[in-house]
Design a binder for this molecule. Structure first.
Ligand code: URA
Length: 209
């Protein structure tokens, strides 16, 4: 898979436009995020290993395609990652789930871990880390560091929007981790927000300020 895949499907792009708009309500934002997460999940799981299993249809037996290997692991980068996680779990209900919590140290500006819980046998699973906004890439790269320390070797990163700065940071820190996104936006502003973006994804999906 390429390092960066922008999913330019008309449904994704239309839903993303609705999400960007200031007057889109919290409930609508959450619903759209869930829908887009499923369309992005479809793209990022294209290379899941396959096998066949013998089944009986009402007509005859056949060797039918089925997913092979361990269940995949979805890892939400808290808290906004949960908005993507919910939709993806509807599509992949048997996935294992992990969580990474990071906050930014006000003095060093470095991400600090406050929570980490990952599924077992991480080295045998495709691991998809999810966070709607790839902005500076600091927390995303730190989350991937933690997943690698926990044994993950086959990691992908799924986000809704990416800034060129974040993509460059991830390419430098984790060139082996393909990124799938709905849009590569223009840039970051001086406060680290993606432009044109959609504002604070966590606040918009949870109705906080
Ligand atoms: N996180 C957000 O929620 N929004 C941005 O624009 C950047 C980071």
């Amino acid at each position: 898979m390429d390092h960066l895949t922008v999913v330019d499907h008309p449904l994704v792009q239309h839903k993303l436009t609705l999400m960007r708009q200031t007057d889109t309500s919290t409930g609508e934002f959450r619903r759209l995020l869930r829908e887009i997460s499923q369309l992005l999940a479809y793209e990022i799981t294209r290379e899941l290993p396959m096998t066949t299993k013998r089944i009986s249809t009402p007509m005859m037996e056949m060797d039918a395609p089925a997913l092979a290997g361990r269940k995949l692991a979805l890892v939400s980068i808290l808290r906004a990652g949960n908005g993507l996680l919910d939709g993806m779990l509807e599509l992949i209900p048997s996935a294992r789930v992990g969580f990474v919590g990071l906050y930014r140290d006000e003095e060093t500006l470095e991400p600090v871990q406050y929570y980490f819980k990952a599924p077992s046998e991480l080295d045998e699973r495709m691991v998809i880390a999810v966070d709607p906004m790839l902005a500076t890439g600091n927390s995303s790269a730190a989350a991937i560091d933690l997943l690698k320390e926990a044994g993950a070797t086959n990691i992908r990163f799924l986000c809704l929007l990416a800034a060129p700065e974040g993509v460059a940071h991830m390419k430098e820190a984790h060139p082996d981790v393909p990124i799938v996104t709905a849009s590569l936006d223009d840039k970051l502003n001086e406060k680290g927000y993606i432009m044109p973006g959609l504002g604070d994804a966590g606040d918009r999906m949870f109705g906080t300020k």
